[in-house]
Each structure stands twice: as structure tokens, then as C-alpha cells.
Design a protein. Structure first.
Length: 63
């Protein structure tokens, strides 16, 4: 199991990259991460930065 670190508005979260179904940019410029169970995580990082980390983690999992 691989986890990625995401800076949230209230601290740090660790997410499984395979559970992320969408990234949304909010009107304030923060990122909203939508997980497969419907949960959301508000992040202070840019959407692009998180997308790059998710893609790298998923690529590293493939044989």
C-alpha cells in the first residue's frame, strides 16, 4: 500500500492514490480532493502538484 502526503487546511493527510476519483480547484484557489467513498479533503496545495504526485504513485505501483 502506498500513501501520498497532502497538506490540508488543518494539517497533513495521507491518502491512497488509487482511491482519488477527482481533483477540483475551488474558487479560492485551494484544491478539493474527492475520494471514491464520497469523502472530500480540502488541500492548501495546487491541484497540479497533487495530480503529479498521484500519477507518480500510481505509476510506481504498476509492475
Amino acid at each position: 500500500m502506498r500513501l501520498i502526503e497532502v497538506k490540508s487546511l488543518a494539517g497533513t493527510n495521507f491518502l491512497r492514490p488509487e482511491r482519488v476519483v477527482a481533483l477540483q480547484t475551488s474558487p479560492t484557489g485551494t484544491c478539493v480532493i474527492v475520494l471514491d467513498n464520497g469523502a472530500t479533503v480540502q488541500s492548501s496545495e495546487s491541484t497540479r502538484d497533487i495530480a503529479v504526485r498521484i500519477e507518480a504513485a500510481l505509476d510506481a505501483q504498476q509492475p
